[in-house]
Design a protein. Structure first.
Length: 54
């Protein structure tokens, strides 16, 4: 398993970054944790890389 931390200054930018990352066909998302401290938004995506199909 691996993690990727994403952040954005606005909700729409955060949505764009998360959607871009989770739409990668090489990964399988396990869990997304979201936080909203005072000045920005952040998320940690737990995922695993899919094995290549030969």
């Amino acid at each position: 398993m691996k993690v990727k931390t994403l952040y954005g200054w606005t909700e729409s930018k955060m949505d764009d970054r998360i959607n871009h990352f989770i739409n990668d066909p090489r990964i399988e998302v396990i869990h997304i944790q979201y936080a909203s401290p005072v000045f920005f938004f952040s998320a940690m995506v737990t995922y695993k890389e899919k094995k290549e199909m030969l």
